[in-house]
Design a protein. Sequence first.
Length: 118
Amino acid sequence: MSHILLTHQHSEFTSRVRRGGFELNMGPVTALIVMMVFIGLMGLFSLTFLNAQSTKGYMINKLEDDQQELVSDREINDMLILQARSMKNIASHPQVQDMVRPNQITYFAPVVGIASAN
């Protein structure tokens, strides 16, 4: 178990950390530098984490925009397919224009029967 002792010795700030026979004396400047390094490392860690989160958000927004663009393209393609299949377009096709109406039309009665093997 470690303890930090803060004492005033001859108007000089020192801290002592004891761990199993190891004693570390720090002055006020060293303690300030250690705190600044620790705060800097914490800031770097939080910036790295926040940057990763914002990058994920950017990617999600980009994918949603791509999805909307694909949906719009699909709707345009569906509209073009329906236009190509419309009767007006088919009737104006040159191959249909070359067709001739028959003189006599004969209708046959429908054959309703079920084939069976005996």
